[in-house]
Design a protein around this ligand. Structure first.
Ligand SMILES: Nc1ncnc2c1ncn2[C@@H]1O[C@H](COP(=O)(O)OP(=O)(O)OP(=O)(O)O)[C@@H](O)[C@H]1O
Ligand SMILES: Nc1nc2c(ncn2[C@@H]2O[C@H](COP(=O)(O)O)[C@@H](O)[C@H]2O)c(=O)[nH]1
Length: 213
């Protein structure tokens, strides 16, 4: 059989209120499927203990972030919890061209912007916590933020959740392993969609037009 053209890469977006488990699920997903790369965001928020510059985020100053915006180097950006966060454009273009999938851990504002820019190449997943009480427990148990920051994130949780219906899929992260399996199933199915596999349409046409070949 002739070489099959590479399928188009997918932009996979995970959003949720802070603490529902996006980062946990993203890490496990990339362990399970190393072909998926994480989009490393730029942010003006200070690094948490253990976070690595260039791996978890590109930690930049306000001036450096503004420069990225002015130079058009971000595919989307937004203010989240009083800091600026944005997704670099270049790795997205490279991934799409190479037929690789790229994973985003971003909020609803960024998702709307990527939806406008990349439409058909985007799959968006919203992750709900089982309850607000459990969300607060997870933020507290994570032990990465001050009480003030935790309270701020809890106050803004419903402002994020209210956007659930703008997403293609909505999952409940009660059990991490179950939620991870659901994310994997979504990605598997989305990779098989016909508009991402041009050779399927080509084969179907050939089978109809030249059934005796
Ligand atoms: N299903 C789960 N059950 C119990 N704890 C969980 C579950 N999923 C994640 N956690 C824990 O909840 C905490 C928050 O998870 P995580 O950091 O992945 O959230 P997040 O959505 O990425 O938050 P943020 O938006 O602030 O980055 C972590 O300590 C994580 O280990
Ligand atoms: N619109 C964007 N949102 C982003 C981006 N990177 C992260 N985020 C979201 O910010 C909050 C807080 O993250 P934290 O690491 O400080 O806990 C969370 O909801 C992320 O999804 C981005 O590039 N663009």
């Amino acid at each position: 059989m002739a070489d099959q053209p590479t399928r188009r890469g997918l932009l996979i977006v995970l959003s949720s209120p802070s603490g529902a488990g996006k980062t946990t699920i993203s890490r496990k997903l990339m362990e399970a499927d190393p072909t998926i790369r994480m989009s490393v965001s730029a942010t003006t928020r200070p690094a948490r203990p253990g976070e690595v510059d260039g791996k978890d985020y590109h930690f930049v100053s306000e001036e450096a972030f503004q420069h990225l915006v002015d130079e058009g180097e971000l595919a989307e950006w937004a203010y989240v919890f009083d800091h600026r966060y944005g997704s670099p454009k270049e790795p997205i273009k490279d991934a799409l061209k190479a037929g690789r999938d790229i994973l985003f851990d971003i909020d609803w504002q960024g998702t709307q912007q990527l939806e406008t820019a990349f439409g058909n190449d985007l799959v968006s997943i919203f992750i709900l916590p089982p309850s607000m009480g459990e969300l607060e427990r997870r933020l507290r148990d994570r032990a990465t933020d001050s009480e003030e920051v935790i309270q701020g994130r809890m106050r803004r949780a419903s402002g994020e959740i209210v956007h659930w219906n703008e997403y293609d899929y909505v999952l409940i992260n009660d059990n991490v392993d179950t939620c991870l399996e659901e994310v994997k199933a979504i990605i598997e199915a989305e990779r098989l969609r016909k508009h991402r596999r041009p050779y399927v349409a080509e084969l179907a046409r050939q089978l109809v037009e030249r059934p005796n070949d």
